[in-house]
Design a protein. Structure first.
Length: 389
């Protein structure tokens, strides 16, 4: 689907799993002979497409350390549906973008990446959502990882995807789940991509390859004579809002140490036996329950020990969780790779589910944290009864 904005800008709308799109992109570059080929990719997604082996064999721990966790989740979420559609129609997701870049290299044309960093997009979307929307998004993400209904895939019409590409279709579904994020996920990206294309057109004739679902929005922005999008503003991450969870995390240590202070004040001469009992209860209840959680997840013995030691301390401060520490140890001894993460969408049995290193790591983190939360629910009333009794 072609749209000519002016002599300097031509848009090609594509479906991300269509051989027709691949052919159309190659033909358009040969026909229009642009100086610049712009593609709807950011640097991270470009590397994931062009350096697939390196991407798949990257340890997940490295992705998290390098602030790529949002990208990893997004890439896997999109791939879980696109892979199935690609298998159905015999075209790998992103083939038309790869084709565009290959043709650009063939004719020695400049390649411009015109989409916003996907981690920025997702962080901005996440910060705008309320707690209910976040839970709904996480639930939909888990469903995507386990697998979509094959009947739903059979009903998809490839011609319809040319009007609404897979990413945009999912973004609209996402918007119905989290409407407050719709502007960030769809409209902001249209503005951002349009501005980047406009800037590139000042350097030479541009042929831009974009998802069909973004075509209309990008076209509308480029038709404006006074288009001036503040890219710096759209790249900024909104500040975090204070959540009820954070308030509770701060209140718990305040209560704990207030009880200790009250005991010292009210008991007088020898409060230390009671204080010792309180610390023992707190440490054992949190340590045991958090360690048991990791053991249920079949974590490494050192991960269990880490959760046992970390939980009593992390439960008294609002910035860390025992699951994080247990997860770091687990990732060291049972190191999951990105390809293990991508295998989630191919699992066919419960056995596959429990063999997957990513599932194990997530369960270690989640169950360690859950054990610590249960520990707080049990231990806090217990120490209050001792302190006030």
């Amino acid at each position: 689907m072609e749209v000519k904005i002016n002599d300097s800008i031509i848009l090609i709308g594509t479906a991300h799993i269509s051989q027709d799109s691949v052919d159309e992109v190659r033909t358009a570059i040969e026909t229009y002979k642009p100086e610049i080929v712009a593609v709807e990719l950011d640097q991270r997604r470009h590397d994931a497409l062009t350096k697939k082996v390196d991407w798949e064999n990257t340890p997940i721990s490295s992705m998290i350390k390098s602030n790529n966790a949002y990208f990893m989740l997004a890439q896997t979420f999109l791939a879980s549906v696109q892979r199935r559609l690609g298998e159905e129609y015999g075209v790998q997701p992103g083939s038309e973008m790869i084709a565009a870049m290959q043709e650009a290299e063939k004719y020695h044309l400049k390649i411009a990446l015109v989409d916003r960093d996907i981690t920025v997009t997702l962080k901005r979307a996440w910060r705008t959502m309320g707690i209910r929307e976040k839970f709904r998004v996480l639930w939909e993400f888990l469903k995507a990882m386990i697998g979509y209904d094959e009947e739903e895939l059979d009903e998809l019409d490839l011609k319809e995807l040319m009007k609404q590409d897979v990413i945009s279709q999912m973004m609209e579904e996402f918007s119905s789940i989290a409407p407050s994020a719709a502007d960030v996920l769809i409209h902001e990206r249209d503005q951002y991509i349009a501005q980047k294309i406009l800037e590139e057109s000042k350097k030479g004739k541009v042929l831009a390859v974009v998802g069909a679902g973004h075509l209309k929005g990008i076209e509308e922005h480029l038709q404006k004579k006074d288009l001036a999008v503040d890219l710096q503003k759209l790249d900024a991450i909104p500040k975090k809002r204070v959540s009820m969870t954070k308030i509770v995390e701060v209140v718990i240590p305040v209560i704990f140490f207030s009880v200790i202070g009250w005991i010292i004040y009210s008991t007088g001469i020898d409060p230390w036996n009671k204080i010792k009992d309180i610390f023992l209860i707190w440490f054992l209840v949190h340590g045991i329950l958090s360690g048991v959680g990791v053991a249920i997840a079949r974590g490494h013995p050192l991960s269990i020990l880490t959760a046992f030691v970390a939980a009593p301390f992390t439960s008294l401060e609002p910035f860390f969780a025992p699951g994080w520490f247990a997860g770091i140890v687990e990732a060291k001894y049972h190191k999951p790779l990105v390809k293990d993460f991508q295998e989630l969408s191919k699992m066919e049995s419960i056995r596959d589910f429990f063999k997957n290193k990513v599932i194990r790591l997530l369960m270690v983190v989640a169950l360690a944290n859950l054990g610590s939360i249960i520990g707080t629910i049990i231990a806090l009333p217990w120490i209050l009864s001792l302190g006030l009794g």
